[in-house]
Design a protein around this ligand. Structure first.
Ligand code: ADP
Length: 454
């Protein structure tokens, strides 16, 4: 049975049209772009740190000193878990001086801007968060522009040429291979540790002044980076709400999308749920972030939501109940969406995102349209098919057409679509992969009538 279903999914992937669904889209992206400084963790770096005697049961979410850093690294490596830890200026200085980094364009906004540029979007407007010369130069060759409201008019400056006087921000991405040891035993899988500085997103005044005019020209407003708004985030969140209201007032059919990222601070997570989510039309999330959100919404089964599609669906319904019309979750092996749009369109966009994601994982960089054929030989994830079987059992209990769901990936009664994805065995570089997937599916999904004004 599973074999025939897998064959059916191969057909769906083969049938994805050659057309570029991102061509001509008009995007407004805020808030965060950063310089990602990437290097492998090796013996030389570890020698500079004191190895913890035992793997700590928890780690400091904010690393104040090198011991906190060592514990975080030990926790990440020994468990093979991706971690992002905010670090004090001293820790950042230490990492910077260790050297040996390759610099890449990072942050959700920059990642999606690069993808849309390479796929011929008509407009890619970005918020210029802490644009140093270095950061701007990494935008080279993209279509991204910074809109600036000056004297009642909007001026557009190429992102690669935009610079303002602010302290720049870099994230230190420390990658390790499976088998590396720093603590208890060898890392069970390759993964990464991200050290982020304490600096927060800086709102740009002239960008804000352009918002009302630029929103009129766009299809969707992609918002991310709420986890980088500091300890005293209330004023920043107030601004985000103001931006959403301004954009929506100026263009009621603009789709407001929030990309949720890991938010370790519980108060901040609550504020996002209470004050921001009810204002957005669409949400993108991975399984861990979904579990975090669901926990606060009264579904305390954190482990189950991380690993089981049935619980994930329940969690997504809880988010939808807040008034969010589209919820899109990606995890290793499958994507799951609840959407008001026609199921066939939703499936198309998920398949496209899965192809883009697989190509990015195998090439280790943002793909271009001519790269997409690379995905053909990447195998379908068994896990995805298995989790879809679990969902299909649920549909059977509800007495809805579960067979169509397994073969076609949709259940119209539930406005639900799922696809098994192609998973690359030895991915080259996975940082930003989730944002690429969310951006690809959001901007390629065709919205029926467009969201009604809130
Ligand atoms: P990030 O925060 O770096 O964007 P996420 O955890 O949000 O990472 O998303 C990573 C996503 O990338 C996963 O949900 C999965 O769908 C996809 N992915 C991860 N590894 C692979 C791989 N080897 N092949 C294909 N897709 C992958």
């Amino acid at each position: 049975m599973r074999e025939s279903i897998a064959r059916r999914w191969e057909e769906h992937y083969t049938a994805v049209s050659e057309e570029n669904p991102l061509e001509g889209v008009k995007a407004l992206l805020a808030y965060n772009s950063v310089v990602d400084k990437v290097r492998a963790i090796d013996g030389q770096l570890l020698k500079l740190l004191r190895k913890p005697e035992v793997v700590p049961p928890i780690y400091a979410k904010t690393a104040e000193d090198l011991d906190d850093l060592s514990e975080g690294l030990c926790y990440s490596i020994s468990n093979g878990l991706a971690l992002e830890v905010i670090c004090s200026p001293d820790v950042i200085r230490f990492l910077d001086e260790a050297g040996g980094y390759e610099e890449r364009l990072g942050g959700q906004v920059a990642t999606v801007a690069r993808l849309l540029s390479d796929f011929s979007a008509a407009s890619v407007f970005v918020h210029p968060d802490r644009f140093s010369w270095k950061l701007a130069s990494l935008y080279q060759g993209s279509r991204a522009e910074v809109p600036l409201g000056i004297g009642g008019k909007v001026e557009y400056v190429k992102a690669e040429e935009f610079y303002w006087d602010c302290s720049p921000e870099a994230h230190y991405i420390l990658e390790y291979p499976a088998g590396l040891s720093f603590g208890d035993g060898p890392a069970p899988r390759a993964n990464r540790f991200i050290a982020a500085p304490m600096t927060k997103v800086l709102f740009h005044k002239e960008w804000e002044e352009s918002l009302s005019k630029v929103s009129k020209e766009c299809d969707a407003f992609f918002i991310a980076g709420l986890n980088h708004m500091g300890e005293e985030y209330e004023e920043s969140f107030r601004k985000v709400r103001e931006h959403i209201r301004t954009a929506k007032a100026s263009n009621p059919s603009l789709i407001i999308h929030l990309e949720i990222t890991s938010v370790p601070d519980l108060r901040k997570r609550e504020a996002i749920l209470d004050d921001i989510l009810p204002l957005v039309d669409s949400v993108g999330v991975n399984e861990a972030e979904l579990a975090d959100m669901a926990f606060l919404l009264g579904l305390p089964r954190w482990e189950q939501v991380r690993g089981n599609a049935v619980y994930q669906l329940e969690a997504m319904h809880l988010i939808r109940a807040l008034g969010v019309r589209r919820v899109n979750m990606h995890t290793l092996g499958y994507y799951l969406a609840l959407s008001p749009n026609p199921v066939e369109e939703v499936r198309k966009s998920l398949l496209f995102a899965a192809i883009v994601g697989a190509v990015r994982a195998s090439l280790g960089r943002s793909p271009r349209p001519e790269d997409l054929s690379e995905a053909r030989d990447v195998p379908l994830a068994e896990r995805g098919l298995k989790e879809m079987e679990r969902l299909s059992e649920l549909l059977k209990l509800k007495d809805v057409d579960h067979r169509t769901f397994l073969r076609e990936g949709w259940c119209e009664e539930e406005s639900m679509v799922a696809v098994p994805t192609r998973v690359v065995d030895n991915p080259k570089y996975t940082v930003g992969l989730g944002d690429t997937i969310s951006g690809a599916s959001l901007f390629s999904e065709k919205w029926g009538k467009g969201p009604s004004p809130r």
